[in-house]
Design a protein around this ligand. Sequence first.
Ligand SMILES: NC(=O)c1ccc[n+]([C@@H]2O[C@H](COP(=O)([O-])OP(=O)(O)OC[C@H]3O[C@@H](n4cnc5c(N)ncnc54)[C@H](O)[C@@H]3O)[C@@H](O)[C@H]2O)c1
Length: 365
Amino acid sequence: MKMKRIEITLNGNIMPTRTQIYIGDHMKETFRKIYSSYGKILFLVSRNIKARYDDILSEYTDGSTIRTVEVSDGEDQKNLDAYYSIISTIMENSIERGDAIAYAGGGTLGDVTGFASASYMRGIDLLAFPTTLLAQVDSSIGGKNGVNFHGVKNLIGTFHNPVAVFCDTRFIKRSEQGVVLDSLGELLKYGFIGNPAILGILESHKDIADLINTDLENIIELGIMVKKKFVEADPLDTGERKILNFGHTFGHVIEACSSGRIPHGNAVLLGIMAESEFGQKVFGIKDICSGTVRSFMKNYGIRIRFDYPFKLDEIPAYLNLDKKSAGDSITMSFVDSPGHPVMKNAEKNEASLFLRDWLSNDQWK
Ligand SMILES: NC(=O)c1ccc[n+]([C@@H]2O[C@H](COP(=O)([O-])OP(=O)(O)OC[C@H]3O[C@@H](n4cnc5c(N)ncnc54)[C@H](O)[C@@H]3O)[C@@H](O)[C@H]2O)c1
């Protein structure tokens, strides 16, 4: 397969300024050219990924200057303990400024490793091998990293761009459908806020296997291009980039209230529906999203389980700790027509009450 390359340039004192993103497979030569400029590479590999894709990984990890260490991943590992453990591993391996850290895993490992690479010796270069579709189109791009703290998503973290991101599509093609299905929330979001062609592609396939077989590289590229547009315009998330939070204000609260049982991408699907309905009710912005999300979930067979204690009473507390919250209000994104997002300041109390009612109602299930 012919490799695609996308460059992202982020001004605003985020280092490094440029990230090269590669989409393809068998990209060892490209990786070798980059890693040979470093003294050594510490390659942090998710245990899950090592167990399933050792053949793919070993193409990338067999250099004499590369040391591989297996680490745990998943939302329950996105915390300060995991950060501490990764920093200890980096230190034990005598990593210095002229070296680099690489990782292979999903968005959670990317967020923790990104935070470790941003803070170790005040910043060391990072090379990313995202292994979920969500991580390839979204979390590995744009420099945000961090860990959850006391149940609050991404409370501690910073910005630090990877030098290069290798989206090896074999990780997606060979993964279980669930891993891919959970990534579709972010892609639908890109379709609504940035490029309606993504919605057309998602809707044109009868199931996930069909999408992967015919349009995987295409959808990864289109998704990354939407993220590129927003992060280049506003690298430090002070304005336009907040639009990327569409579906995430409520989505993060839902994820936290479920104690991580609802995976991120599925929480975003629920978040898009609930926020669109909220936007219509409070600001009169026509809800063009929730019907599309519902039929999309039906077509792709996405079911979200809700049969465990759900912390509805914590909604106001989680909303208060959202980074877009200020005083009594919170900045939220909505979409008034495909590809046309708008931002509004919502009243936090009103948002909490709405979400509580919405989640208590069976209508979305
Ligand atoms: N930094 C950002 O800009 C940003 C953006 C969006 C999401 N995120 C974060 O990303 C995280 C979600 O990432 P995720 O959806 O990749 O989940 P994840 O990292 O938790 O991975 C989910 C599970 O799938 C496994 N896995 C990963 N790749 C696999 C593969 N190819 N085959 C089989 N199993 C595989 C992992 O080991 C893990 O058990 C959330 O914490 C979210 O907050 C960050």
